[in-house]
Design a protein around this ligand. Structure first.
Ligand code: NAD
Length: 309
């Protein structure tokens, strides 16, 4: 495993991170035993970065991750979120209550990173002037080590990174075999400010796997078709689409960790193989030929004024 500094946080994270949304049954029901084995296998294989949220499985993922990490907390860099629940609430009072609830479920007294979850669903000025300052107070209290934001629309993430005092940005579905616009809007801003960058959903939330997307997947049809075509091409060439998709993301020069959601130990084992995989020289030309029409295609998320679409 390789590790990278996460911006100026002082945290060193594994370049493959464990996305814990599947632990909340977000991609289909899994058992507590699967969760435990997946998390333990990940730790054994050198993954030290775990990302969760109270929203995933409406607290189920945090509780399961807390249980699986019992006795291993000090080996890992733990990230959770605030602001997204059944409804959104980015108020300072909810942020303060949220971290205490998360710490209880996660069975720890601090997290390494706290992210405001899907900020495009909140008011931009509230995020900057109320939510993030409330999160800084938690840092002073020792409950969180660093703070940041997550979300889909790149222009809003870039604007908040430019104007607010944050340590980390988590972006998803903007840098992988299908989506390529991360570096156009966000990377230059966070890099210039020394803000850590996490890239999530290297499989485009399963569009780039042979199992195909979950029913709730928000991508427009053209993205689904191009995802299926890319998977078919890789299989025709005798390549494992997962290894190719992950390796492509791991090659990003500034991203510190690529967060992939994992449901069981077999997926962890398979994903770890991407570390030793080299992208064949002419493969990207062929893949780009298939996927180029959707490299900048995203979908609406959050309030209209915060949207890129
Ligand atoms: P992803 O692209 O990582 O896909 C996850 C899906 O792929 C799951 O169904 C998983 O079981 C499956 N998968 C993983 N490895 C596999 C393998 N080897 N073979 C077959 N299937 C495999 O999408 P994601 O889970 O949405 O993103 C990763 C993580 O990033 C999330 O779990 C979460 O922690 C984080 N994230 C955060 C936000 C946010 O803050 N707004 C948004 C998206 C993702």
């Amino acid at each position: 495993m390789q590790y990278k500094e996460l911006g100026k946080t002082g945290l060193r994270v594994s370049i493959i991170g464990f996305g814990a949304s599947p632990l909340g049954n977000e991609f289909g029901t899994i058992t507590a035993a699967d969760c435990e084995r997946a998390v333990r296998t990940a730790i054994d294989d050198g993954i030290n970065f775990f990302d969760v949220s109270p929203y995933y499985g409406r607290t189920v993922a945090e509780a399961r991750l807390g249980q699986a990490l019992a006795g291993h907390r000090e080996k890992v860099v733990l990230s959770t979120k605030c602001g997204r629940y059944d409804a959104f609430d980015f108020s300072a009072t909810r942020v303060a209550r949220s971290i205490d609830e998360s710490l209880t479920r996660l069975r720890t007294d601090y997290v390494d990173l706290l992210l405001a979850h899907d900020i495009e669903f909140g008011g931009r000025e509230q995020i900057i002037h109320e939510t993030l300052p409330a999160m800084r107070i938690l840092q002073k209290e020792g409950k969180v080590r660093s703070i940041g934001v997550s979300g889909l629309p790149l222009k809003m993430l870039a604007d908040v990174a430019q104007r607010a005092d944050i340590d980390v940005v988590l972006s998803y579905c903007h840098f992988n075999l299908l989506a390529r616009d991360l570096d156009e809007y966000l990377t230059p801003v966070v890099q210039a400010r020394g803000i850590g960058l996490i890239n999530a959903s290297p499989l485009h939330m399963r569009l780039l796997s042979t199992s195909g997307p979950p029913p709730w997947h928000p991508a427009p049809d053209i993205v689904r078709w191009k995802g299926a075509a890319a998977v078919a091409l890789m299989e025709r060439l005798g390549l494992n689409p997962i290894e190719v998709a992950l390796r492509f993301c791991l090659n990003h020069p500034y991203v510190s960790s690529t967060l992939v959601g994992m449901s069981n130990a077999n997926e962890v084992k398979e994903n770890i193989k991407a570390l030793d995989f080299k992208l064949p020289a002419d493969l990207m030309d062929e893949l780009d030929h298939v996927t180029a029409p959707v490299h900048s295609v995203t979908w609406p998320s959050g309030r209209p004024e915060n949207n890129d679409v």
